[in-house]
Ligand binder design. Structure first.
Ligand code: NAG
Ligand code: NAG
Ligand code: NAG
Length: 387
């Protein structure tokens, strides 16, 4: 499977840069999109070690861990306002009194992995904790010593230094830290990171922050779409974390959100309180058929391939000659959508078994096209297996 090649660095950059512009050699992580949980979408800045341990417990007790959700990630506001006397990052002693090493031990004891949040600037976006600009090696060593497995690295207070320089420097520091740390860039897509981050990051945000609304979710899906050729095993486009279960959308809208994120090989990072989710939320995020599309080893990002007003067809290739398909009614009324084989990468004469991933029903021997009626803001999702 061809990956888009990393672009050549501009000539002036090679001449003027004092640090090595050579891309850090990448780790072997993220062969399929990362799956896990992050604190931001539900808890914002109000996190502490009691909440995080409760989430880790729930990831196992609800069966989510077994489905592949492995990372438990702290977002902004876990660290102390200032570095310690040696210049090291330190956990906030009030909210995380046991410290990060103890929290990592607890999460690892559950068979899960622990992630933290940092910033490629002087301070994080909340300004409540230090950024890592100029402290990359020291902070990477600190994370490795604690047993951290994942770094989400934000872009606030960045002194207008080129993101390529700042993010590459942290990537090299992590590579030299002696620990495999999944590197998740959160540069908001402003400098088209898909075109330069693939050689040293495992995922990169392509959009601004998601909000818990239909408009924001659909907008992020659309903005992420054009970067599809740059995604593949080891490096993924990231239209931001899931809002499923946080209450701002209907069940059908959340089902669409999860289906499209799975199809486009987005990271599946849950954002609700998994320790108190509804059965409807649990059903959506636990659908093994849909998760299997996301985790397909071919690693091809599905795309919007057909559009008639607000009636859309998204599709992408899967391993073993199969095709993943989403019919998505983004309009205000019930409507029928027809996906034609010629638009989704199938031979017009191909005969397929169509597995509806939400009803779990299989329609045998479908030829030429698939037509389904669905409610406003609902979707149908299939895996088509040629005979
Ligand atoms: C620790 O977190 C609390 C709650 O967010 C905050 O009020 C306090 O200032 C933080 N302490 C330090 C040293 O950053
Ligand atoms: C489509 O199928 C027909 C009949 O099996 C075959 O002759 C043709 O080469 C196929 N076309 C493509 C593009 O695979
Ligand atoms: C869909 O396929 C059927 C059967 O092959 C055909 O009769 C029908 O015209 C097709 N509809 C569209 C909209 O392509």
């Amino acid at each position: 499977m061809a990956r888009a090649a990393a672009p050549l660095l501009p000539f002036f950059f090679l001449l003027l840069s004092s640090t090595s512009p050579a891309a850090a050699q990448k780790n072997r992580l993220g062969r399929t999109p990362q799956m896990g949980w992050n604190s931001w979408n539900h808890f914002g800045c109000k996190i502490d070690e009691v909440i995080i341990r409760k989430i880790a417990d729930a990831m196992v007790d609800t069966g989510l861990a077994k489905l592949g959700y492995e990372y438990v990630n702290l977002d902004d506001c876990w660290a102390s306002h200032d570095r310690d006397s040696q210049g090291n990052l330190a956990a906030n002693g009030t909210t995380f009194p046991s410290g990060m090493r103890a929290l990592a031990d607890y999460v690892h004891g559950k068979g899960l992995k622990l992630g933290v949040y940092g910033d490629a600037g002087l301070r994080t976006c909340s300004r409540l904790q230090p950024g890592s600009l100029g402290y990359e090696d020291q902070d990477a060593r600190t994370l490795a010593a604690w047993g951290i497995d994942y770094l989400k690295y934000d872009n606030c207070n960045n002194q207008n230094i080129s993101p390529l320089t700042r993010y590459n420097r942290m990537s090299e520091a992590l590579m030299n830290s002696g620990r495999d740390v999944f590197f998740s860039l959160c540069e908001w897509g402003v400098d088209d990171p898909a075109t330069w981050a693939g050689s040293f990051a495992n995922s990169w945000r392509t959009t601004e922050d998601i909000k818990n609304t239909w408009e924001s979710m659909t907008d992020n899906a659309d903005k992420n779409d054009k970067w599809a050729p740059y995604a593949g095993p080891g490096g993924w486009n990231d239209p931001d974390m899931l809002e499923v279960g946080n209450g701002g959308m209907t069940i059908e809208e959340y089902r669409s959100h999860f289906s499209i994120w799975a199809l486009v090989k987005a990271p599946l990072i849950l954002g609700c309180d998994v320790s108190s989710m509804t059965p409807e939320t649990k059903d959506i995020i636990s659908n093994q058929n849909v998760i299997a599309v996301n985790q397909d080893k071919l690693g091809v990002q599905g795309r919007k391939v057909q559009q008639d007003g607000e009636l859309e067809v998204w599709a992408g290739r899967l391993s073993r000659g199969r095709v993943a398909l989403v019919l998505w009614n983004r309009g205000p009324d019930e409507a029928s959508i027809t996906a034609s084989w010629s638009n989704i990468g199938l031979n017009q004469s191909a005969v397929v078994d169509a597995h509806d991933l939400w009803t779990d029903e299989v329609t045998p021997s479908v030829q030429g096209n698939l037509t389904k009626k669905m409610d406003s803001h609902a979707c149908k999702m299939y895996v088509l297996t040629p005979k």
